[in-house]
Write a protein that binds this ligand. Sequence first.
Ligand code: FNR
Length: 193
Amino acid sequence: MSQPKIVAFAGALRTGSYNKKLVAIAAEAARAAGAEVTVVDLREFNLPLFDQDIEDATGLPDGAKRFKALLRASDAILLSSPEYNSSIPGVLKNAIDWASRSETDDEPDLVAFRGKTAALLSASPGALGGLRSLITVRAILTHIGVYVLPDQVSVSKAHEAFGDAGQLKDERKAKQVAVLAKGLVDFTNKLKA
Ligand code: FNR
């Protein structure tokens, strides 16, 4: 069986983002479970706010093309999202919106998303660990054809949760992340079989 390809990213731009730390841990666990994982930072893509005038005039910006191509070449998505005002951060929705767009008339709809698998995580300094954002992230991804694993992991008190080496201090939480990442690899392998 070929190695599943996973693209991993956080729905955050901030240097030192807890969600970047969390998705890096999940990515490592997915590698340990046998996947080829590419971790990307949404900042790398320098995405403008979606504007159909830009799209009509010049097509997708280079960064949007690169992000979409990465998703298209992947079997699965590992995503850790912050919660902003009980919902999805604008940067994440904007990235999804750009990657959802077709570049040619004969391109299948939602080619970057449809039929992919995903596992969701969140981190927040708050008590709920940002889990309300995942309700919306899950709904969006499901509506664009992604098979999102029912399980998910949220890290509360994120400002106290990580050690100096970026590890999760709580071993039970670290185990949950590893189980989730392995679950994504196993489910993706089953779908590809
Ligand atoms: C937040 N934050 C936040 N946290 C939370 O648990 N529930 C919420 O509704 C919100 N709302 C919110 C709105 C806005 C505009 C900001 C900037 C922040 C706090 C948020 O969880 C915190 O800044 C995290 O550190 C963001 O994630 P990263 O950047 O550390 O990955």
